[in-house]
Design a protein around this ligand. Structure first.
Ligand code: KDO
Length: 335
């Protein structure tokens, strides 16, 4: 089981050189002059995931006049968690990033990784559009060379376990080996839920469940269906502990090389794709409980209040909260 370990200082130091290096010639620079640019995207998402479907069916056609969208799903081009570095070095143009990945570089983004903070898909849009996000987005553009085009709805993360034990409160998760993605922010969420978090890449979850290397994982219902996790698990416990999101990341260098009308076209294509995926994901979420029950899984709601209290206390008592911009939790709750 592999996950990307991270040396933030080494990365930011080498990135500065890489961003500069990318300035003096990439396959994009050469192409700008007289033909289409190529937008390579790498993501661990599967081709059937609603974010992937939206990018291939809405984003790609909308930019086809001047860009070829070249997706690489199932982390086939870059390992989960290494895509931002690849964009900064000029080896990739797009990715589906997360607050957890950004928080590994800029701890202030950790606020968006906290459980039970975002209320729903519309709240995510309001927060992303809020002016208090501007300086955070600008820092990622200036220092990392990554533009965050739009927010994508991934869904309500639920516990999906291969063990039979009923989980009602965080205490019931004590000692449960719960797979979480490999960044510190994700590992902390696993601990805050009461479990024993184990870092495993998304593309390796199925095998880890099958072999018993882990007792469970957390993802939104559409991902559990799409990746067939129901084949190797016995229950879904509806904690809704994180209303999860991603950001569509785009190379700032490529963006700056586009004429204003093409920048506007890319921005609209990204927002339209995000909205299309969001509505489809919400519809799936509302329909899938019965699907899993029909597959023989137990699907039930635990004491969500107990989980919310336990998780929120864990964050507020943690070092993570020290990096959160002053007063931003209140601003987010007020939206
Ligand atoms: C996961 O690894 O569980 C996760 O859901 C984390 C998300 O931030 C995102 O990376 C997602 O995987 C991938 O896009 C695969 O769906």
């Amino acid at each position: 089981m592999t996950t990307a370990t991270f040396d933030r200082r080494r990365f930011l130091r080498t990135t500065a050189f890489a961003v500069a290096g990318a300035m003096c010639g990439s396959r994009v620079g050469d192409a700008l002059a007289d033909d289409k640019i190529t937008l390579r995207l790498s993501s661990p998402a599967t081709p059937g995931d609603q974010r992937a479907v939206a990018l291939t069916s809405v984003f790609a056609p909308a930019v086809r006049a001047f860009a070829t969208f070249e997706p690489h799903w199932n982390a086939e081009l870059f390992k989960q968690g290494t895509e931002l570095e690849a964009i900064a070095r000029g080896n990739l143009e797009m990715s589906i990033t997360s607050a957890q990945e950004l928080a590994s570089l800029y701890p202030e983004w950790g606020i968006f990784t906290a459980g039970y903070l975002h209320r729903d898909a519309e709240h995510q849009k309001k927060v992303f559009a809020a002016d208090f996000m501007d300086p955070m987005k600008k820092k990622v553009e200036d220092e990392l060379g990554v533009k965050l085009l739009t927010v994508m709805y991934l869904g309500r993360r639920q516990l999906n376990l291969r063990i039979e034990k009923e989980i009602k409160t965080p205490d019931d998760l004590a000692g449960v080996k719960l797979r979480m993605p490999g960044t510190d922010a994700w590992q902390f969420l696993g601990k805050a839920l009461g479990a024993n978090p184990v870092p495993v890449a998304f593309t390796e979850i199925y095998t880890a469940l099958q072999t018993g290397a882990i007792d469970g994982q957390d993802n939104p219902l559409p991902s559990d269906k799409d990746s067939k996790f129901y084949e190797v698990t016995k229950q879904i416990c509806l904690t809704s502990h994180l209303v999860d999101l991603n950001y569509l990341a785009f190379s700032k260098k490529v963006w700056d090389g586009l004429a204003p009308d093409r920048q506007a076209a890319v921005q609209k294509a990204a927002d339209d794709a995000a909205e299309s995926g969001r509505q489809k994901q919400l519809k799936l979420e509302s329909e899938l409980e019965q699907f899993f029950k029909d597959k023989g899984l137990k699907v039930y709601t635990p004491d969500v209040d107990a989980f919310r209290k336990h998780v929120q206390k864990a964050y507020l008592d943690s070092d993570f909260a020290k990096d959160w911009p002053q007063g931003m939790v209140d601003k987010i709750n007020a939206l």
